[in-house]
Design a protein around this ligand. Structure first.
Ligand code: UDP
Length: 488
């Protein structure tokens, strides 16, 4: 099946980016913004994805096309989920039911390459560049066949990518593999100790991880360049360091979320919100400036019942109002749901707004009542907090988030750590224990919400974030250079 908007109107000289977004919200969302920015810079873009994912971003693409002469084409191709034992329609990592099936999902994304190749052979589009998502290890083969450059989009920041590159090169992480014993990441301008347990999963050495990790590394080594959703002032010097160490061209072109200036774009970003944005805004309007903590752990972050309850108790014990976004609520036992209803929705509804599902995150973050973001430090959430001028309470869960915390808390000093010390299994069955206590939550929230320094620093970065994408700003110029680089 294929749904498509009008194919981009290609003049011979118009650069045409073929984008293959990795099938996860944290990738699809920023890549859609990147497509919009490229279209604004008069490039043509084709996004190839699957029906479920195309449906999520189509409204945004349609609005963008109405404003930029239809420069983005959205192509939706069949995704072979059932062929590898996944439920029908399981086309995004946030729909994968359990951790072991993540490997099946990865297999399906490899089979998906056949659909993409067939499409390209049938249509023979004139392409100037491929932008490949992090897990599409075959994207570089598509680029080679077309004879065009391939850029990878990991969705990570320059600092995290640089740390990862150091680890790949030095193998420093192999000494204490997956242990709680911290080791130093060598070659950084300051001492950064991290434990094996805090490292991104692809550095861990189980059989399946090892194979996937090796395939991804080969892909990284084969590409021509790296696109980074970040901006110079946020991670000064790290894009250059990454470029030198990896030997790849690096373009920092963010923070891309700032292209969402209209309320509809903020609301319908990557998914339909479970709660009306109007209701959230009305609730926030009734609060004083900087008096609300926004609590959310990205598109997939959730806890087992004990930790979930401990977090809730911490929120209640703090002095502040909060918006709490809860994912995978159906996995919580009845008893926890009753506790949630009684303690939040019945007794504390004026202090707490629960969103069970998808929140209009950037609309909430940009409200003046929101004074802090308790976040898992996913890179998009981090950037969105910076772009909204909101300091963070850092509670990393998995992926590269422990690397991001170092940048947020110790380098930029725009956040306070809650003290999480161990990565959780991504979409796995979570151990029903408590690693972050209620007291840790209260302490970190109080410190951040009562402090001035983090707020001042993040307000300065907010200004720089806006400037980066304005005409003449660093990311604006990098987008232009990228387009020049691939121009026919
Ligand atoms: N997001 C959202 N509503 C939600 C949860 C997430 O809009 O309820 C968006 C959020 O704004 C961000 C992305 O989903 O753009 C999550 O990306 P991030 O890198 O922060 O975390 P991930 O989901 O990749 O772990």
């Amino acid at each position: 099946m294929e749904i498509t908007n009008n194919y981009p109107k290609l003049q011979a000289e118009t650069p045409h980016f073929l984008i293959l977004p990795w099938l996860a919200p944290g990738h699809l969302i920023p890549i859609t913004d990147i497509a919009r920015l490229l279209a604004k810079h008069s490039a043509a873009v084709t996004i190839i994805t699957t029906p479920v994912n195309a449906a999520r971003i189509k409204p945004t693409i349609d609005r963008s096309n109405a404003a930029t002469a239809g420069n983005i084409s959205l192509v939706s191709l069949y995704f072979p989920a059932t062929e590898v034992g996944l439920p029908e329609g399981c086309e995004n990592i946030d729909l994968v039911p359990s951790m072991p099936l993540v490997y099946n999902f990865y297999e399906a994304t490899k089979l998906f390459s056949q659909q993409v190749s067939r499409y390209i052979h049938e249509r023979a589009p004139r392409v100037s560049c491929i932008i490949g998502g992090m897990g599409y290890v075959w994207a570089v083969d598509v680029a080679r066949e077309l004879g065009v450059p391939c850029f990878i989009f990991h969705g990570f920041g320059s600092f995290a990518l640089y740390c990862s590159e150091i680890l790949h090169k030095t193998k420093a992480h192999e000494v204490p593999a997956s242990s709680a014993e911290p080791f130093i990441i060598p070659g950084l301008p300051f001492e950064f100790k991290i434990a094996g347990k805090e490292l991104p999963m692809h550095f861990h050495q189980s059989k399946e991880n090892k194979e996937v990790g090796e395939e991804m590394r080969s892909y990284e080594l084969a590409v021509d360049g790296i696109l980074v959703n970040s901006f110079e002032h946020l991670e000064p010097g790290y894009a250059d360091l990454l470029q030198k160490l990896s030997g790849k061209k690096v373009f920092t072109i963010g923070p891309v979320s700032v292209c969402n200036t209209k309320m509809l774009d903020m609301e319908e970003r990557g998914n339909k919100p479970t709660v009306g944005t109007h209701r959230c805004i009305q609730w926030l309007d009734s609060k004083k400036p900087n008096s609300v903590v926004y609590v959310s752990f990205g598109s997939t972050g959730s806890f087992a019942p004990k930790q979930f309850k401990e977090l809730g108790l911490g929120l209640l014990a703090s002095q502040w109002s909060f918006v709490w976004v809860i994912k995978d609520i159906e996995k919580l036992p009845e008893e926890t749901l009753i506790w949630l209803r009684e303690n939040f929705e019945d007794k504390n509804s004026s202090r707490s707004l629960l969103i069970k599902g998808w929140a209009p995150q950037i609309a909430i973050l940009s409200h003046p009542a929101v004074g802090g973001f308790l976040t898992h430090c996913g890179w998009n959430s981090t950037l969105e907090s910076v772009a909204a001028g909101v300091p963070v309470v850092a509670w990393p869960l998995y992926s590269e988030q422990f690397l991001n915390v170092k940048l947020i808390v110790d380098v930029l000093k725009i956040g306070v750590s809650v003290g999480a010390r161990e990565a959780m299994a991504f979409r796995g069955d979570k151990e029903d224990g408590i690693s972050v206590r209620k007291e840790d939550v209260v302490k970190a929230i109080e410190k951040l919400m009562n402090g001035e320094e983090e707020r001042k620093r993040v307000a300065q970065l907010k200004e720089k974030a806006e400037m980066a994408l304005e005409k003449g700003g660093s990311s604006f110029l990098n987008l232009e250079s990228l387009i020049q680089f691939v121009a026919p």
